[in-house]
Design a protein around this ligand. Structure first.
Ligand code: GDP
Ligand code: MG
Length: 597
């Protein structure tokens, strides 16, 4: 296809504003998929994505469209993950297209993720077509939302396309807007091959499938190619496009988007953002801005049943086949035995992986407190990255500690603003901005990531009854007064409960954790002290009283069936408990103890 007849675009939206439904309609209206084969959310492959409404891997589909000018166009849609955890992947796929449809729910208006995603599109120099969706709803207020887009985002919304992705109203106008308002790609067919590696995934039949955008030159089946940053050399086995099923094609020219396979074994060998060229006579300069995505949140994953360790290892390896940004190293904990220290791009990423391990691989897990990476500056001038509070060096050898901070953007209806400000302030936030857009306030805070990783989002949802939206980006490291806090159960430190806390918050946090654990750990035949300690100093203490002997004695008497039932119940309960010295701690204690109410 010649460049003038290609349009490449993505759709940016806040979750639930209708991105997937619109993509479905575009696929359907262009006849890409026969009506009888049409099912919902065609581009959302994984079940978990469907349930959570998120797309993790970039997906692409090629649409063929005969426009009102009588010409035939190829429209390539890249559907990008919409969540901040995958910001780097999003920014890469944005670089692969020239324009974006900005979908805003006309009954809701602009939300935090709308902003985060549209700024990425603006950064990538996209032409942006605002699309107001859900105009079939009685609550839709297209005029108000247009004004809001202009006020808050600062782009012209007078030509916004008003649609209902659900009923199909206005989809024809979206297609015309793509052709007439978005620019055609640029590129030189006669130049050496230069292609961007947009994304990749593992397929058990094909091996690694690589999604590419051709910048210059032509890519052909059988070509010997080179990945410029990783140095990998391969021969292209298959070349094709997604419609959305795979369809082979002999070559891909400038401006085109498609896939290749080349007997690549590991997703890790294909770095998002890398430049692909021919092995010989390749292009000279790689595309700018290559940077691997690095994990920012770490936690320990341990099997509840120690016998599941090998299964957990296998499951982690399988998930890593498809997700190179998730890291895992074996870890042993005095309290929890063998497990893995895992790194994630963010909290959502952590939750998705943990859920998949539990659901798809059926492994009961103990998740330890999520931790961020601290930079520990030692008195000898060296710096250590701390991924696990349990590995904290001797405090006397530490000069100072730096922690990562984020810029958080929160949109919230007026009436909840006070609660949101209080929450941010309680979490050591520094207010950067506060503006109004309609009846909603937009607050921007500089917050320590470690105060956000645990339950900030849950708290935000609960204080605003679900009406707030939230997004964040990393801003860098800053020194602060941080300490490691240990929890001792029956005088034994439980390493999996160690956390890094700010000096001003240690006592409250310690007290809250001890109180929680007191509720969560069942009574034993003896008294159990639960203590929080910083350095050698105890800062909080609770005691679980001993179980009175006659209570159990009574249970164990009586008839046989009752006794059996009791034993079975105990056995089932055991599965979810871990033994620490003489004390049994239930699985949920590890996560619940960290929640701040
Ligand atoms: P995404 O998270 O942006 O991909 O949003 P979805 O496409 O999954 O849509 C979220 C919800 O809004 C679904 O329940 C859709 O059926 C619904 N929805 C999408 N478009 C429309 C629309 O035009 N009108 C109405 N009434 N509902 C819609
Ligand atoms: Mg979706």
């Amino acid at each position: 296809t010649d460049l003038a007849h290609i349009r490449n675009f993505s759709i940016v939206a806040h979750i639930d504003h209708g991105k997937s439904t619109l993509a479905d309609r575009l696929i359907q209206m262009t006849g890409t998929v026969a009506d009888r084969d049409m099912k919902e959310q065609l581009l959302d492959a994984m079940d978990i994505e469907r349930e959570r409404g998120i797309t993790i891997k970039a997906n692409t589909v090629r649409l063929e469209y005969k426009a009102q000018d009588g010409e035939h166009y190829v429209l390539n849609l890249i559907d990008t993950p919409g969540h901040v955890d995958f910001a780097y992947e999003v920014s890469r796929s944005m670089q692969a297209v020239e324009g974006s449809l900005l979908v805003v729910d006309a009954s809701q208006g602009v939300e935090a993720q709308t902003l985060a995603n549209v700024y990425q599109a603006i950064d990538a120099d996209h032409e942006i077509v605002p699309v107001l969706n859900k105009i079939d709803l009685p609550a839709a207020e297209p005029e108000r939302v247009k004004a809001q887009i202009e006020d808050v985002i600062g782009i012209d919304a007078s030509d916004a396309v008003e649609i209902s992705a659900k009923t199909g109203i206005g989809i024809d106008r979206v297609l015309e807007a793509i052709v007439t308002r978005l620019p055609a790609p640029k590129g030189d067919r006669n130049a050496p091959l230069k292609a961007m590696l947009v994304d990749s995934y593992y397929d058990s039949y094909l091996g690694v499938v690589v999604l590419v955008r051709i910048i210059d030159g032509v890519m052909k089946k059988g070509d010997r190619i080179r990945m410029m940053k990783t140095g990998g050399l391969y021969q292209i086995d298959r070349l094709g496009v997604f419609r959305p099923a795979m369809q082979d094609i002999a070559e891909l020219g400038p401006g085109e988007i498609g896939f290749l396979t080349a007997s690549i074994k590991l997703v890790r060998d294909t770095r998002v953002g890398d430049t692909i060229t021919t092995e010989k006579k390749g292009c000279e300069k790689a595309l700018p801005g290559f940077k691997p995505s690095v994990p920012v949140v770490f936690c320990g994953l341990f099997p509840v049943d120690a016998n599941d360790f090998e299964d957990l290892r296998d499951a982690i390896e399988k998930l890593q086949l498809n997700d190179a940004s998730f890291t895992a190293e074996m870890e042993t904990s005095a309290a929890l035995g063998f497990g893995f220290r895992c790194g994630f791009l963010g909290l959502l990423h952590l939750e998705v992986i943990r859920d998949r391990l539990e659901r798809e691989y059926d492994i009961d897990l103990i998740t330890t407190a999520p931790s961020v990476i601290y930079n520990i500056y030692m008195t000898d001038g060296s710096m250590k990255e701390l991924h696990n509070p349990a590995d904290m060096p001797d405090p006397v050898k530490i000069d100072h500690i730096e922690e990562p901070r984020i810029k958080a953007t929160i949109l919230v209806p007026d009436e909840y603003l006070g609660d949101v400000l209080k929450l941010c302030q309680d979490r050591r936030g520094v207010q950067l901005d506060l503006t109004y857009a309609g009846q909603r306030a937009m607050v921007v805070y500089d917050l320590p990531l470690n105060e956000v990783v645990f339950d900030f989002y849950d708290r935000l949802k609960s204080v605003t009854k679900g009406y707030a939206s939230f997004d964040y980006q990393m801003i860098g490291y800053q020194e602060d007064a941080l300490q490691k806090m240990q929890i001792l159960v029956n005088d034994e430190p439980v390493d999996a409960l160690s956390v890094m806390v700010h000096r001003t918050r240690a006592e409250a946090r310690g007290r809250a954790m001890c109180e929680k654990l007191k509720e969560l750990i069942p009574q034993h035949m003896f008294k159990i002290p639960i203590q929080a300690a910083v350095g050698g100093r105890i800062i909080a203490r609770e005691t679980i009283s001993a179980l009175r002997k006659d209570v159990t004695a009574k249970c164990y008497g009586g008839d046989v069936t009752r006794k059996k039932k009791l034993l079975e119940k105990q056995k089932a309960g055991k599965k979810r408990m871990r033994q620490f010295g003489k004390v049994e701690i239930p699985q949920e204690a590890f996560i619940s103890a960290l929640k701040m109410d």
